[in-house]
Design a protein around this ligand. Structure first.
Ligand code: NAP
Length: 285
């Protein structure tokens, strides 16, 4: 058996076309969704993510700008910047690129962003809304994963979903989204004693750890849907996921690749979230 590929790249391209149409319609009503990204310092990975976000906004006709701040900026100055953006009616989405320099309390900054403009979905209010199934902003990578599963009509209700990795930004929210859709969830982490015993039970297996090829064919149930979130750089500079793609694809029914899987979906959902935030703030459809 060879699994069907879930190409996040193709799906993202299609979603972006729809978003461009939606932006066009909003512009006719005099509204342009606008995302502001705050970048502190010059971390090369962050610089590259921010460039990708700017490019994607431009492709869909949305407005965007990047506020670049020196890495020596004080916590108070960053607080003032976020406060200004919260009050700026022209800004619908605020994203503070993480990580922040060590002298700045990351959670304090996240807590300060207006939950209605929190397009990353990291604010505790939005996490609470996710858990209690209320309308809010849901973080981009987890939502992208759900769209990937839905694009193939993969059944979720009543299925065993196992998420490996329990971070606040990927593992926990995706487990919650799967629970909200009626899956029976298991969330594995560093202290999980027998990882294989859990993953082998999974109809849906989501892996978000950051360890190249942690998941081998032995970990996977025949016919499972496998989503690989991991991004790992190999010595030769190439990128690979947390799943041993070549061997697991022979056992799974669906599998997402790295690169070209979850990555492109994350940025696309960020655009989608900004449009949702814009519509709610401007009271337009
Ligand atoms: P993270 O904050 O480092 O979390 C990793 C999680 O994996 C933690 O919960 C950790 O457990 C768990 N873990 C570590 N070793 C494990 C093991 N051997 N078995 C089971 N669980 C283990 O990372 P993250 O931010 O969630 O990101 C995870 C991966 O996804 C990274 O490679 C990241 O680059 C990638 N990522 C990709 C996208 C994308 O758009 N494609 C977006 C975000 C992240 P403890 O909490 O107990 O330590």
């Amino acid at each position: 058996m060879s699994a069907e590929l879930i190409s996040g790249k193709d799906l993202a391209t299609n979603i972006k076309k729809d978003l461009a149409v939606e932006v066009e319609e909003l512009k006719k009503q005099g509204v342009t969704p606008h995302l502001t990204v705050v970048l502190v310092g010059h971390d090369p990975a962050s610089e590259s993510y921010v460039k990708g976000k700017e490019k994607a906004c431009a492709e869909t006709g949305m407005g965007s700008n990047v506020i670049r701040l020196d890495e020596t900026i004080s916590e108070d100055e960053l607080i003032q910047t976020v406060d200004k953006l919260n009050k700026d009616d022209a800004v619908h989405g605020i994203l503070v690129q993480l990580p922040l320099p060590d002298h700045i309390d990351e959670q304090k900054i996240i807590d300060l962003i207006d939950p209605e403009k929190d397009v990353d979905g990291f604010h505790p209010v939005n996490i609470g809304r996710l858990v209690t199934e209320q309308e809010g902003m849901v973080s981009c990578t987890p939502l992208g994963i759900m769209e990937m599963l839905d694009s193939k009509n993969i059944e979720i209700q009543g299925k065993n979903a196992v998420v490996v990795g329990a971070s606040n930004i990927v593992g926990k929210p995706v487990a919650q989204l799967l629970l909200n859709r009626g899956a029976t969830i298991t969330n594995c982490h560093i202290y999980t004693e027998d990882l294989k015993a859990h993953t082998k039970m999974a109809d849906i297996l989501v892996v978000a750890v950051g360890k190249a090829h942690l998941i081998t064919a032995d970990h996977v149930k025949e016919g499972a849907a496998v989503i690989d979130v991991g991004i790992n750089r190999l010595e030769d500079g190439s990128m690979t996921g947390d799943v041993d793609f070549e061997n697991v694809k022979e056992k799974a029914s669906y599998i997402s690749p790295v690169p070209g899987g979850v990555g492109p979906m994350t940025i696309t959902i960020l655009l989608k979230n900004t449009i949702i935030a814009c519509k709610r703030q401007e009271n337009v459809e």
